[in-house]
Design a protein around this ligand. Sequence first.
Ligand SMILES: [Mn+2]
Length: 361
Amino acid sequence: MQKSRAERLAANADGLDAVVIANGGEPFLDSTFWYLTEQASGSFEDSLAIVRADGTLEVITSVLEEESARAGKGNVHVYVTRAERDGFIKDALKGAKKVGFNVHGTAYSAVEHVRKTAEVEVADASKAVMATVTVKDKSEIEATKKACEISSQVAREIPGLIVEGVSEKAVAAAMDNRMRELGGTGNAFDTISAFGAHSSQPHYMPGDYRIRRGDAALFDFGTKYDRYCSDMTRTVFLGKPPEVLERAYAVVLEAQEAGFLEYRDGAAAKAADLAARKVIDDSEFKGRFIHSFGHGIGMDVHQGIYVSSKSEHVLKEGNIVSAEPGIYLPGIGGIRIEDTCLITKNGAERLTSFDRSLTVV
Ligand SMILES: [Mn+2]
């Protein structure tokens, strides 16, 4: 029989008596909680998912979430008072000495509360959590594909949204709205809509600037579907752009393909970054690729895998990662092309799709 998600986490958490996923109040919620419990609904503030070494899953939640909790995985314990909550924590960790936490996704106060309540030694289980959640199962891949289809459809509609004089904020709002209309359950992150010289800032926040002929228009956007994220970027032009941006576009396109071709099960993640970086650094745009090539994508849009030139990660079948090289020219503009990619046995599959060739509207 196939292992449950909790059993897979327990197997990755060698040497620990339990792994505790401890939600605090919003925004200190750990997506690993939903990964393990597979809840369709609920906000689960102050709830815990506790995986013991044998792979059993105990879910401690408030009466507010009881109905959602019982529809998901694990043995559900419902508390009304704080004292009851503490009692369930003690019971779930009975006999446990060394307990792991997802330290990158958990509030310090939540860790301290469990440590004192159950009198356990705290360890870092974040590597075990990441090793588990970054290898996607069939249903996770299906949800991600759906999220990617929605954002790809919106990408195809971009040329129709770019008319002279439209503002960055207006196009971002239209794209967000279309993602919801197409079945998305919310943005994966705040949409980046950057026109003209603004596009040279990789994490630009859309403003009131109105597009002019000759401007680049860079859009980085994604939706959630069943809690899973898509992430894609396209750069198009309104009218003929400055020649330097046309040349930069051709280089980014080549760099994305060079990196993408390094993606496969068993390959070092850094090989993709280095291949893309070589294309850019061998061009007139040397040094203008100022971030890493990619990152893991899951319930969190930046999840667990860093595709940088220093990454130690070895790619595995079922990893979902972005491929997103860029060239940034302050005062002129920037180009980025990004797809969400699924690592397969012999290569990778782009889950987002929209013509990557230079598009002049
Ligand atoms: Mn990205």
